[in-house]
Design a protein around this ligand. Structure first.
Ligand code: ADP
Ligand code: MG
Length: 338
């Protein structure tokens, strides 16, 4: 059982960035408006995610890190209108199996916060009063301490720097879609990146990508009924200088479904095709547009349960979504694919 637990956990928890993603999503699900991510030794020694969300109720604490416990869905039907990032109850339980986990939390009703230390199976081994304000702080020590090969893999300086960059990119992805959120990243006590609370997506893009990029983006919105699809995004202005509105990697094409960051190959391809077709220059063919697109559909028409990290989703009305995105792109760039 111990080795089975380790194996399955090590498939859920694969890297520092993946731990940060799970903890960040838990904080967002808890309604946090302020989240601080602190790493030591690139997260291998310590990852701490602290939020001002609703906290964990004392009654839930004994089971919060037990695998498959979730406070977010009660029934199968709840899966059909999922409005939280998490729902499988796998993250905390899996982290326990590959690291040392402690959770300090305080709800509105609690007088003081409590720090819980968990064992590899997710059970509380000790608890003591502490002095945190409302919210939750999750601390992950010695990630992959019992997976030496993986720990080794992530310990080269080059790999570590790549991971830190990925953590920052991850935070940027959420910062863009959550303007009201305050977010910071600290590595070895140095502030690497931060974003304050802003009013709207445009200001969030400004805060994350900078004024030069945003000056070349155009806000576009489109809505339709039956099936209901709302497209909401910022696209490179037609004919904008491509050096400021594209990059050689896809990581500045910010794509979301119902506010969830996703990878959708077909939509990505459409975006590239239409964006690139405006330029006759061959050099642009292998570039990716800098843009943000949030596709809002009915929660019951999305299946986010396709991959463990939920980055791939199945859309019930995929063809309709593709058609809608294509129509928007044609109206923007005028290119009709043959
Ligand atoms: P899931 O997010 O799928 O429910 P997790 O393992 O990530 O599963 O978390 C288990 C449970 O622990 C959550 O359902 C929630 O009740 C609680 N929890 C975890 N992190 C937080 C947090 N930052 N604030 C409040 N509750 C939390
Ligand atoms: Mg979760």
């Amino acid at each position: 059982p111990d080795s089975v637990r380790l194996l399955s956990s090590s498939q859920v928890i694969t890297s520092v960035v993946n731990v940060v993603k799970e903890l960040l999503e838990n904080s967002l699900d808890a309604g946090a408006t302020s989240i601080d991510v602190k790493l030591e030794n690139f997260g291998l020694d310590r990852i701490e995610v602290r939020d001002n969300g609703h906290g964990v109720k004392a009654a839930d604490a004994p089971v919060m890190a037990v695998r498959h416990f979730t406070s977010k869905i009660c029934s199968h039907e709840d899966l059909e209108h999922l409005e939280t990032y998490g729902f499988r109850g796998e993250a905390l339980g899996s982290i326990c199996a590959v690291a040392e986990l402690s959770v300090t939390t305080k709800t509105e009703e609690d007088d003081i916060s409590t720090q819980y230390t968990l064992d590899p199976t997710g059970k509380i081994v000790s608890q003591k009063p502490s002095h945190l304000g409302r919210g939750t702080s999750v601390t992950v020590l010695k990630l992959f301490k019992n997976l030496p090969v993986r720990r080794q893999y992530y310990s080269s300086t080059k790999k570590c720097k790549e991971e830190l960059k990925k953590v920052q990119d991850l935070l940027i992805t959420y910062a863009i879609i959550k303007p009201e959120l305050r977010l910071s990243l600290v590595h070895n006590k140095v502030v690497v990146w931060q974003k304050t609370k802003v009013a709207d997506n445009r200001s969030a893009l400004l805060a994350t990508l900078g004024p030069n990029v945003v000056a070349n983006l155009l806000q576009c919105q489109q809505q339709q009924e039956e099936p209901q699809i709302v497209l909401d995004g910022f696209f490179p202005k037609p004919g904008a200088d491509y050096s400021s509105t594209s990059s050689s990697t896809p990581d500045k094409t910010f794509l979301y479904v119902n506010d969830r960051p996703v990878q959708l190959k077909e939509i990505m391809k459409l975006l590239r095709q239409h964006y690139c077709a405006q330029y006759s220059d061959d050099a642009i063919r292998n570039r990716y547009p800098t843009l943000m697109l949030n596709i809002t559909v009915s929660p019951s028409s999305v299946d986010v349960n396709v991959t463990p990290d939920k980055s791939q989703v199945l859309l019930h009305d995929k063809e309709a979504v593709l058609t809608a995105v294509e129509a928007l792109l044609v109206s923007l760039y005028g290119f009709q694919p043959s």
